[in-house]
Every structure is written in C-alpha cells, then in structure tokens.
Design a protein. Structure first.
Length: 200
C-alpha cells in the first residue's frame, strides 16, 4: 500500500441462497430466470446444463451426478460471497433441511419461494411445455406427476421460521390437500397468482 493511502475495510455482506419448493409446472424456472435477470444471483439449473451439454433426459444417472456437482459449485460461490439461485424443486423436507444447513454453514441468508398450484394446472402447464419441445425441460408424464404429487411434503411452519424470508406463489392447492402454515403472513408474503404459465 502506498504511503499516505489508507486502505478502507471491505463492506461485509452476507450472500443469499434463493431456493424453490414446488412441483414441475409450478413456475420455478420462470421466476428463477426473472430473478437472475434482475441480478439476484447466479442461477444453477441442472436441466439447462444437461441440455447445453447435449445429454438427453433419459440419462437420469448423469442428471443426478450433475445436480450434485452444480450444488457443490453453488456452495463454493456462496462461500466466495456470491448470491446463488438454486433451481431445484426441493419436494422433501430432508432436502430442504440439508440446503438450509449448508447455507448457514456458508454464512448465507436464505430466501425461499414456495409454490402451491392445483394438480390440474400443473398437468395443463406440463402439456403446454411439452408441445414447445424445449430441450431444457424434462418431458414429464402424468404418471410421473401423480407420483411426485403424492411424494411431495409441504413445508411446515417450523421450516418457514428457519429462513430469512419466504414467499408463497399461486394461492392454489397444495399436494396432499394441506395448506402451507403462515399463508404468507408474518415473515413471508403471498404473491398471489404469478404469471408462471410456462409450466417450469
């Protein structure tokens, strides 16, 4: 450092990990791309990366390995102070618990977007998406959607209380017929019916 020049301390800012909880067709990709466009972080989407690498959706083992590596890369970015948008569905509580813990270990804040969309709407969006032949979109069948619907675990009030902010999108039906605790009140906001018609 040159004489007479005082070095200023760098401003400490916690990075943010943006997460999504919702089934295929709920609108995760639409929102993730919008957030990326507005500078909310680096978006990591396994489907997009797999398509860019020219690997078909039938190669599920490759998809799972790629997802793990992208997630590790996301944690590296967080530790470096970079905001990350992780475009995974996080259907299960165990997945969300892992992501929350890892974010805290990286010193990051957590912003969670929860999608509650009726089954019929999900299936309609997925059919419309399939008609576009988007290479980055997994061609889900109705049998697979029904399986995912039955498997899905809505976030609990205890889970929502552990994140810094959450938003609920859609205002529709939740898998299992339940209702997300909090209803977007308190620490979150009810975003109503977002335009997520691309079915991602």
């Amino acid at each position: 450092m040159e004489a007479g020049i005082e070095e200023r301390p760098r401003e400490q800012r916690r990075p943010t990990l943006t997460l999504f909880c919702g089934l295929p067709g709920a609108g995760k990709s639409t929102l993730a791309r919008r957030l990326e466009h507005h500078g909310a972080g680096v978006r990591l989407c396994t489907d997009d990366w797999q398509a860019a690498l020219g690997v078909g959706h039938a190669y599920t083992d490759f998809h799972e390995r790629l997802q793990v590596h992208l997630y590790r890369h996301g944690l590296t970015l967080l530790r470096a102070g970079t905001d990350v948008i992780l475009e995974d569905g996080l259907w299960m509580k165990a997945e969300r618990t892992e992501k929350f813990a890892d974010a805290r270990a990286c010193g990051a804040e957590i912003r969670l977007h929860v999608f509650e969309v009726a089954y019929e709407t999900l299936w309609s969006r997925l059919q419309a998406r399939a008609a576009t032949a988007d290479p980055g979109a997994y061609p889900m069948t109705e049998h697979e959607l029904r399986w995912a619907w039955d498997l899905f675990e809505p976030p609990t009030a205890e889970e929502l209380a552990t994140v810094d902010t959450f938003e609920i999108h859609g205002g529709g039906q939740i898998p299992g017929g339940g209702q997300i605790p909090g209803g977007g009140q308190g620490t979150g906001t009810d975003c109503g019916n977002e335009n997520t018609s691309d079915g991602s």
